[in-house]
Ligand binder design. Sequence first.
Ligand code: HEM
Length: 216
Amino acid sequence: MDAGAASVGTEAPLSTLLRKETKVAHRLAEGTRLARAFFTGKLTVARYAEGLARLYPVYAAMEDALRALSADHPLRGFCLPRVFRADAMLADLRYFGVSPEPLRAGAATRYLARVVELTQPVQTLLVAHAYVRYMGDVSGGILAGRVAQRVLRLPSREGLAFFAFEGIPEPDVFRREFRALLDALPRDRAGTRAIVAEANLAFDLNRALADEVWDA
Ligand code: HEM
C-alpha cells in the first residue's frame, strides 16, 4: 500500500473536510454586499439578472462537461441533471430580457476561465466547483428561493426557475447523496488538499463575481 492510499483510511471524509475548511469562505460569501442587498430587499431585478447572466456560462461549461463524461470517469456520478441549473437560468434570463453576453475581462471571466480549464479534459478538481455551487444552491439557495419573489418584488414565480428544484423534493436527501458521492471519490492526501483548496478558490471566485456585479 502506498502512503497516499494509507492516508485515505485515517483522514476525515471529504464532505466533512470541505464543510469545515470552507467555513470562513462561506461566511465571507454570505456577507457580500450583493447577498446582503438581496436578503434585505435592496437588490434591483436588473442587478439580479446581471448576476445570473454572468454566472450562467460557468454553470453551462460545468454541466456540458459533466454530461459528456464517459461511464468510467471518476466524476461520472456528479452528472446530476436534477440539480443542474443552466436551463433554468436561461429561462429566467429570457423572462428578464437579458442575454448572457460573453465577457472578455473581470471576475466572471476569471471564474469561467478556471472552470473551463478544469473541463479540458475534465479533472477531478472540477468536483470542488460542483460542490460550491450545487450544495450552496440546495442549502442557502433554498432559503433565498423562499424570499426571492418578495425581495425582488416580482409579480409571480416567473423568472425564479433558478430556485425551483422540481427534481429535488427533499433537499436533505440530495445533500446526503451528494456528500456520499464526495466521500466515495478515490483520492490520496495530496488530492484531498487540492480539492479543498479548489473549493476555497471557487468561493473566492464567487465572491469576486458578486462584488463585480454590485459595483457595475
Ligand atoms: C447570504 C447568502 C447565503 C446564505 C444565507 C447561506 C446559507 C447556507 C445554509 C443555511 C447552509 C446549510 C448549512 C448546513 O446545513 O449545515 C449553507 C450551506 C452551503 N452554502 Fe451557503 N449561504 C449563502 C451563500 C452562499 C454562497 C454565495 C455560496 C457559494 C457560492 C454558498 C455555498 C454553500 C455550500 C457549498 C454549502 C454546503 C456546506 C456543506 O454542508 O458542506 N453559500 N448555506
